[in-house]
Design a protein around this ligand. Structure first.
Ligand SMILES: Nc1ncnc2c1ncn2[C@@H]1O[C@H](COP(=O)(O)OP(=O)(O)OP(=O)(O)O)[C@@H](O)[C@H]1O
Ligand SMILES: [Mg+2]
Length: 265
């Protein structure tokens, strides 16, 4: 479904500040895999997502999504196939537009028979309401509310809905609950799990929360210094302690992430 081969990315290539941020990444993702990704700060996790989504281009290697070579495809073309959420809840939606307008943009993007300026029909509106209702955040009667007035959690849930309202080929979640308070983070994480499993979405989720890394999805990747150092597809009996032990065994060091959350919630 997603096949990444020999992917390399440098920053400041051929300068004194040259760093290799992705070092020969190879990864095969199966359809409907829900993979959690953990690693130290600066391991290259977000850079990997940037290369997959097209916000930056890899220096060498290839990224094949559903038999399409997207390695050098423009970001806006990839965004029709790839949904993405960021740590910052303000990043995924337009504050001065209403909930309905935001949803319409996301919805029409995936519909080749209409364009972004097409009229929103009453049946679209009913569909949006139904989808909002599933979030359980009391937003289904607020289609005309400006998105900038929503709370961080509501806004992140809306971004999640926008990213999945047309089922994407791939969903990239980059610590999307890290900026939320624990209760809201749980709500958004439960919603995520629900939407991803129900729609069998192929999903990669970077998380600083080791409990989430273990609890959600079917496979865990660990990254360190631009490499995938561990790929666990059997999570049976995995605990935080043995995850940390395995990380140490593979890298010779402790997992070093300033946002890491070990506590259960
Ligand atoms: N645009 C850039 N220019 C130069 N260096 C960059 C750029 N973006 C990222 N880096 C560097 O690349 C390395 C990997 O960064 P990246 O953001 O991918 O790490 P990460 O694993 O997502 O870390 P974190 O857990 O802190 O989010 C870091 O050393 C970072 O400073
Ligand atoms: Mg990051």
């Amino acid at each position: 479904m997603l096949k990444i081969s020999n992917l390399n990315k440098y920053f400041n290539l051929n300068t004194i500040n040259e760093v290799k941020v992705l070092d020969n990444i190879n990864l095969n993702v199966n359809k409907a895999d829900f993979i959690t990704i953990i690693g130290s700060n600066g391991a290259g996790k977000s850079t990997l997502f940037n290369c997959i989504a097209g916000s930056i281009l890899a220096d060498s290697g290839s990224i094949i999504l559903d038999q399409n070579d997207i390695t050098y495809k423009k970001e806006y073309l990839r965004s029709k196939m790839i949904g993405r959420l960021f740590q910052n809840p303000l990043q995924g939606s337009a504050p001065n537009m209403t909930i309905e307008e935001n949803l319409a943009l996301a919805y029409l993007r995936g519909d080749s028979s209409r364009n972004s300026f097409s009229m929103i029909t009453n049946s679209d509106r009913l569909f949006f309401k139904e989808k909002l209702k599933e979030l359980n955040l009391n937003l289904d009667n607020s289609l005309n509310q400006k998105v900038g007035t929503l709370s961080g959690g509501q806004r992140q849930a809306l971004s999640l809905l926008m990213a999945t309202i047309v089922t994407p080929k791939l969903l990239l979640l980059d610590e999307h609950t890290a900026a939320l308070d624990p209760q809201t983070a749980k709500t958004v994480m439960d919603l995520t799990d629900d939407i991803v499993s129900k729609n069998k979405i192929t999903c990669l989720m970077i998380t600083h929360n080791l409990n989430h890394a273990i609890k959600y999805g079917n496979r865990i990747l660990m990254m360190e210094k631009g490499r995938i150092v561990l790929d666990l597809d059997n999570k049976e009996n995995i605990t935080i302690d043995n995850l940390l032990d395995r990380f140490k065994k593979e890298t010779g060091k402790l997992l070093d992430n300033d946002r890491i959350l070990l506590s259960s919630e």
